[in-house]
Design a protein around this ligand. Structure first.
Ligand SMILES: [Zn+2]
Length: 177
């Protein structure tokens, strides 16, 4: 009688801790086998909004004041709903730093988001106007080559221009404006 009673009075915390321990031990054993690699390292997303400086957007949206040296450190895509997606600054990402025209237009960005990372990588960039969707890149008329950021031409070192090509809904180029 007394024995039964003492078991029933075991605090629930002890019981659940013991169960937890059992689960943890089992997990350690299981992790000795090589883990299967994840099927995909990233997902592809279509985001719409404008490219902004993350620090400025954080101040405007959330009242978070950053230090002066951080003001133009990170670019981000800001959606109409106020979501902020920081951009990885590879050559495509740097394009938004080098050409302020790209920070003043409505955009659709095709991006990769790697699992476990909040930052996105721009794959393709489109301007959205009331009439059309335009793929953005840079073009040298003399060398007939495309580039992803504003700079002297890779080939002739001459000036290049922002190219805006009309695309269809699937992103296929229809014509140059
Ligand atoms: Zn050139």
């Amino acid at each position: 009688m007394r024995r039964t009673r003492s078991v029933s009075l075991l605090p629930p915390v002890i019981v659940s801790s013991a169960l937890l321990l059992a689960v943890v031990v089992q997990d350690v054993g299981a992790s000795e086998k090589p883990a299967a690699p994840p099927a995909k390292k990233f997902e592809v997303l279509t985001l719409r909004g404008r490219v902004v400086w993350l620090a400025e957007a954080m101040a405007q949206r959330h009242g978070v004041k950053t230090v002066p040296e951080a003001v133009t450190r990170v670019l981000a895509l800001e959606t109409a709903e106020g979501e902020l997606y920081p951009l990885t600054e590879d050559i495509r990402g740097r394009g938004f730093r080098r050409d302020e025209r790209l920070r003043k237009i409505d955009l659709e960005l095709l991006v990769r988001r790697y699992y476990g990372v909040p930052v996105v990588q721009v794959i393709r960039a489109f301007e959205l106007t009331s009439k059309a969707k335009l793929e953005l890149d840079y073009w040298c008329d003399i060398c007939a080559i495309a580039m992803f950021e504003l700079k002297p031409c890779d080939c002739c070192q001459g000036e290049i221009e922002l190219r805006r090509r009309v695309v269809d809904r699937d992103g296929r180029v229809k014509a140059s404006p």
